[in-house]
Design a protein. Structure first.
Length: 121
């Protein structure tokens, strides 16, 4: 019985990548990169790969938080500060550990750039 996994190639963001590549190898390749992780159940999350060990990968997962305002607790807020400006948003990162057995794939996070010659005006 032949249990060889057939590997092909597909066009990824950083060139050709091997399909069927071990998730641990993908995590090692994308160490310190902003990536999208795909779990076995199909759910996805984004984060920065911070470290690896034999059991899994440690990632910095972004969390959006809003500026805390005293008016918010009394119901006067509506998403704006007291001067009619939108409240400030912040992003912080928390470390989370994901075992390799729960990860299906790792992709580079797609950053889109404007077309050349586009001045933005």
């Amino acid at each position: 019985m032949n249990n060889n996994v057939q590997t092909g190639h597909y066009q990824g963001q950083d060139g050709y990548q091997t399909m069927g590549e071990d998730v641990k190898q993908q995590c090692h390749r994308y160490m310190n990169y902003h990536v999208i992780g795909e779990m076995n159940d199909g759910s996805q999350f984004e984060g920065i790969i911070d470290g690896m060990d034999e059991e899994g990968v440690t990632m910095l997962i972004p969390e959006d938080i809003m500026e805390n305002n005293n008016r918010q607790q009394y119901g006067y807020d509506g998403g704006y500060d007291g001067y009619g400006r939108p409240r400030r948003r912040y992003r912080r990162y928390r470390r989370r550990h994901y075992p390799y057995r729960f990860l299906r794939n790792i992709f580079l996070y797609p950053f889109f750039y404007p077309y050349p010659g586009y001045g933005g005006y």
